[in-house]
Structures are given as C-alpha cells and as structure tokens.
Write a protein that binds this ligand. Structure first.
Ligand code: FCB
Length: 451
C-alpha cells in the first residue's frame, strides 16, 4: 500500500484536468420551480415500482437552492473542472419552444461562480432528462426529437458561447437506448431491441446535428460526447464464450463508438440482428461521424460474458467472477479494465483525446458524526487513477479524470439507496459531510500538482 501511495504521479501533466461530475436530475430538485417542466424521469418516478423505495427527483440534494455551498466544495477540493448537466426542462419549456430566461440565469450564476473559482465548466446538454412534452410526440423514436435537441443545443451555446470550456452533447447514449428501451429499467421503460437500436441512432444523429451549431456558437470551446464503456471479457476459453463476449462488446461498445469514429455500425450486429436494425436515412452516417474534439469515457467496471442460449434477449449473460471484490451496486472492482479498455480502443480506433468523465463507486456509507470512513472508495479511486496513469504511459492521450460524484445523489432506478458521493448527503437536513475519499482526492490532486 505504501509503495502505491508513493507512486510517481508524473504521468499527469500540468495540463491534466482533475474534476468531479454531477447531473441535473440527480441533484437539483426544485422540480416544480421557476417554470421547469416534467422530464421523462419525473414521469418514470411517478409510476409505481420503477424506483427503489418509490424515490423521486422532486427535492434530491436541493442543489437548486444550495448550489453556492456545493460549488464551495469544489473550491475546497482544488479541482480544475466541474462536469454538470443542464436541464433541457428548465430551458425550453414547451413545444412552442419557449425559452426560459430564469432557466438560463440559474446556470449563468453557476458558470460565473466557477469562473470566479477558476474552475472550468464542462457542461453536458443531455443527461437523460428528455422533456415529457417531446416524449409525448414519440421521444427518441421520433427523428424530429434530434432536430429539437439541435435547437436546444443552439439556444444554450448561443447564450453561453465560450464561457463553457467543454460541451458534451450526450451522456451515455447506451443508457438512454439500452436501459430505457431494451432492458426497460430506465425511463421510459420499454423492452424492444429494434426500438433500442433506433433510439441509439436518433440520439447519435442528434449529436451530429448539434455539433456544427456548438462549434459556430462556441468556437473556442471543446465539443464532443460521453460514452459509457468497459471491456467485455469471455468467462472461459470456450469458443462459445469467446463469441458471446465479442457479440456483447459489439452491441454495447462498438454500436456507439464505431458510428461516431468510422461512420458505420458494427458488421456483427448487422449480421446477428438483421430484423432489428434502425432506419437510417441517406446522409445520417456522415452527420454522425463528423470529428469530435474529445471523447468522454465513463468507466465503472468490466463485464465477464458467458454464452447462454436460453437467454432469449441476448444469448449471453454477464457474470461476476467468484473471487471478485464488488461495490454496493454489485459491480466488480476492476481497475486494470480501465487501462485495458483505453489501450485496446487506442489500437482499434483512431481516437480523439480522451477524458475519463466518470469513475467511482457506491458504498454503504454511514455518517458517524465525525467522518465517513469510505475506505473502499479511497482504494477504488486511487487504483483507477493509477490505471489512467498506466494508460497514459502506454500512449493513450488521456486529458482528464472526473470522480463520480461530488455528492451522494439520486441514483436513477436505485433512488437514494446507493451513495456514490465524495460528500455524504443527509437527505433530511441536506447537510453535506466530506467523506475520507474527499480528503483523499484533494490530497491526490495536490500531490499531482506539486511534483
Ligand atoms: C452513470 C451515469 C451517472 C451515474 C453513474 C453511477 O451511468 O452517467 O448519472 O448514475 O452511472
């Protein structure tokens, strides 16, 4: 352990960006204030049995009112950047395309304060909270939603321009498409592969349509997209498991990255699911594959895949190795997978510069009135930061790392039952308490800086 603590941090150049990340729906609350309208997640939470304990985003961390205190924590941590999302539902509040000045003002004060603290704003335009009024017109199955998104991106970027350091069009299209439309555990809760692949296509199209507008309105900013990815390892050397892992990787990683970087969908998926492929119009793939300034990668774990012909949806299962250390989500702790993923992507694709835009873990943290001793998270973060350093040393152009998350928050279908924060949130008093991991991260950044 000591040896690890003494590891040379010289792989993190002085320009390397350390940050933390959050998302609007998970922290803001104030769901019915100042003209905000419902998103698909408000609706999904309101339906029974979708969210653990029937939780919702009505109050969340009340960041809408406590944002000054929360940004102060960023200052305390000494981060270079803060990745947060804007709520479309606060900014364009109806199908008549009404633009809410109050919504824009809310984010303006956050950006102003970040600049005052010399913290770079990394803004995500879409972190899953589609306005319900668009869902009622078909949501991400309707091509017009892609144009509506471009309009929203235009509104935000023409208002904030270069004040935003880095724009992200979408956070994790995989989740919106696959969890929302194939697994059915995220809003809007549908289980249909054809629809899922169509949604993925329309979201990628929306990304491509927004990019030139973002570039025009904010020419000094960086523009790109964030994908969640991980390695897909076969559970055994059997040919069936190897093929299953290849299929899983194509369906979950390549289906999203290949169209962006190479302008086509993976051949294997086209072969295996010929009847479930999306409708693609001529010109779409060129729009989708226009260059990105960076690619954001969210990494939490790897998947170990075995063949299972009785699983009708996938023909494969994801299994957790018996000896694996897991988090409160049941996700394997596997830092080497981050290096493996980055090195393999770098071999396979012509990669733009990369930011690790999310990485972190859930644990059953307890506040003992003094300190939250989240030792497992400290170890997790340290090992993943070293895994990033290993990737940099292996030649991958990684420019930054964002810990998920600044605060405990609304963890989607898990509600408030899963805590990912560097700061513990008492949801009764809205008090925030730094966990051991906040102290660790602060110290890590300081050491990386003071080489
Ligand atoms: C990612 C999401 C983020 C958070 C983490 C744990 O998939 O982008 O909002 O829920 O998982």
């Amino acid at each position: 352990m000591k040896m690890q603590d003494d590891r040379n941090l010289s792989s993190f150049k002085s320009t390397f960006v350390f940050g933390t990340a959050t998302a609007a729906f998970q922290i803001e609350g104030a769901a019915n204030e100042d003209g905000r309208v419902d998103s698909i997640w408000d609706r999904f939470c309101a339906e029974p049995n979708n969210i653990v304990n029937g939780d919702d985003g009505l109050v969340a961390c009340d960041h809408y009112h406590l944002w000054e205190k929360d940004l102060q924590k960023l200052k305390d941590l000494g981060v270079d950047a803060y990745r947060f999302s804007m709520a479309w539902t606060r900014i364009i509040t109806s199908t008549e395309k009404e633009i809410s000045q109050t919504g824009l003002d809310f984010y303006q004060q956050i950006i102003d304060r970040l600049h005052f603290y010399q913290i770079k704003p990394f803004v995500t335009l879409y972190h899953w909270d589609l306005p319900q009024y668009l869902q009622e017109q078909g949501g991400w199955l309707n091509r017009d939603t892609a144009y509506q998104f471009a309009k929203y991106a235009d509104v935000v970027s023409s208002h904030f321009g270069n004040q935003i350091h880095t724009y992200t069009t979408f956070n994790e299209p995989w989740c919106s498409a696959m969890l929302g439309y194939l697994h059915g555990i995220h809003a809007p809760g549908i289980k249909d592969r054809k629809q899922a692949l169509q949604v993925a296509h329309i979201i990628l199209l929306a990304h491509g349509l927004a990019m030139p507008l973002l570039r025009r309105n904010a020419p000094m900013a960086q523009h790109g997209i964030v994908l969640n990815m991980g390695p897909y390892d076969a559970a055994s050397l059997s040919e069936q498991d190897q093929l299953a892992a290849e299929l899983a990787e194509s369906e979950n990683n390549d289906w999203f990255i290949q169209p962006l970087l190479e302008g086509c969908y993976p051949a294997l998926i086209q072969e295996i699911y010929p009847d479930e492929l999306p409708d693609i119009e001529s010109g779409d793939m060129d729009i989708i594959s226009a260059p990105n300034d960076y690619l954001g990668i969210n990494y939490y774990t790897r998947q170990v895949i075995c063949h299972n012909p009785s699983n009708v949806t996938f023909t494969y299962d994801s299994v957790t190795p018996e000896e694996a250390e897991v988090t409160a989500m049941g996700w394997e702790v596997y830092p080497a997978g981050l290096t493996q993923l980055l090195v393999n992507l770098n071999k396979r694709y012509e990669m733009p510069p990369v930011y690790i835009t999310e990485n972190g873990m859930a644990s059953d943290d307890d506040y003992d009135e003094v300190l939250v001793n989240d030792n497992q998270r400290v170890k997790y973060l340290r090992e993943h930061l070293y895994a990033v350093a290993d990737a940099i040393e292996a030649g991958v152009d990684v420019r930054g790392y964002f810990a998920w998350s600044l605060l405990d928050n609304f963890e989607w279908s898990e509600g408030y039952s899963k805590r990912f924060g560097l700061y513990y949130v008492d949801y009764v008093t809205q008090e925030r308490v730094p966990k051991l991991s906040a102290h660790f991260y602060k110290d890590f950044i300081r050491r990386a800086r003071s080489r």
